[in-house]
Design a protein around this ligand. Structure first.
Ligand code: CP
Ligand code: NVA
Length: 302
């Protein structure tokens, strides 16, 4: 079976370090491999996207391949035919599949039946390419630390679930500031809290979450597919807005991070997003480099 990346724990800690190192080499132009030369890659989207679509299209091209963008309007995954049959058919045409969709189970099933690597481009549960790219961005800006303290403020969504998964692999001090009704996935939280090398705190006190952190990260209060809950989430989460007075509670050199798209004035204010501590556009750029390194790793190990 081909190697896939549908959740962070598909890689070992050592493999993540290899991917991070390869990412740095590719970003600095020290190596430009073309493992997709002569092949195509299917990029399947059942949700909207700017960064993921563009960074995968560019990344596949730079790896020598031809990207094929397809939406669920055509393939109707799991409706027109089973996910397993779609996986078998796609594997006859392309050298790699990237999928962004709602259900994590659909991505796992696609990977189970595909004979080519499958990459998770975001589900309701996880956003693994984002979190690996974000970890790379942190290492780039704060090199040489073997442990990072990361404060996440806001909704317990796919981004924080992915941080929890990463905490089972790499040493992190993760402080999650959120409302009692907006906690992350309970099973992933439990696994991260059981990890010997990481510390995970969930608190409803935003100042406790931020205190002394190396990184302060936020994301939209209502994710794709949950926009009907926007008002309810806003009421519960507005205390966790990343603004300059809350940022002042963090380390003075703390990085400000957001996976984007941002709803400026809600989870993050303009002065923080455009301020000197913000690395949000580096994060967006690094999606390209990390995904190239992830695809290369999977193709080399399949
Ligand atoms: N961060 C991110 O995945 O952005 P898109 O939704 O635009 O792809
Ligand atoms: N949590 C957000 C992330 C977008 C990249 C969402 O799922 O909409």
């Amino acid at each position: 079976m081909a190697r896939s990346f549908v959740r962070e724990t598909d890689f070992t800690a050592d493999e993540i370090r290899q991917v991070i190192s390869q990412c740095a080499d590719m970003k600095q132009g020290r190596t430009q491999p073309t493992p997709l030369a002569g092949k195509s890659a299917a990029l399947i989207f059942t949700k909207e996207s700017l960064r993921t679509r563009l960074s995968f299209e560019v990344g596949v091209s730079e790896l020598g391949g031809a990207p094929i963008y397809v939406t669920d309007a055509e393939i109707k995954l799991g409706q027109r035919e089973s996910v397993a049959d779609a996986a078998r058919v796609l594997s006859r045409y392309v050298g790699l599949i990237m999928i962004r969709t709602f259900e994590q189970e659909d991505v796992e099933e696609l990977a189970q039946y595909a004979s080519v690597p499958v990459v998770n481009g975001l589900t309701d549960l996880l956003h693994p390419c984002q979190i690996l790219g974000d970890y790379f961005t942190i290492v780039e800006h704060k090199p040489g630390q073997d442990r990072y303290s990361i404060c996440y403020l806001g909704d317990g969504n796919n981004i924080v679930n992915s941080w929890l998964n990463l905490a089972t692999l790499l040493p992190l001090d993760l402080r999650i500031g959120t409302d009692d009704d907006c906690h992350p996935d309970p099973a992933l939280l439990k696994a991260a809290q059981a990890s010997a090398h990481s510390q995970v705190l969930v608190t409803s006190d935003p100042k406790e979450a931020v205190a002394g952190a190396d990184v302060v990260y936020t994301d939209v209060w209502a994710s794709m597919g949950q926009k009907h809950l926007a008002e309810e989430k806003e009421q519960k989460l507005r205390r966790f807005q990343l603004n300059s007075s809350l940022l002042a509670e963090a380390d003075r050199s703390a990085l400000v991070m957001h996976c984007l798209p941002a709803e400026r004035g809600k989870e993050i204010t303009d002065e923080v997003m455009d301020g000197p501590q913000s690395v949000v556009f580096d994060q967006a750029e690094n999606r390209l480099h990390i995904q190239k390194a992830i695809m290369l790793f999977l193709l080399e190990h399949s």
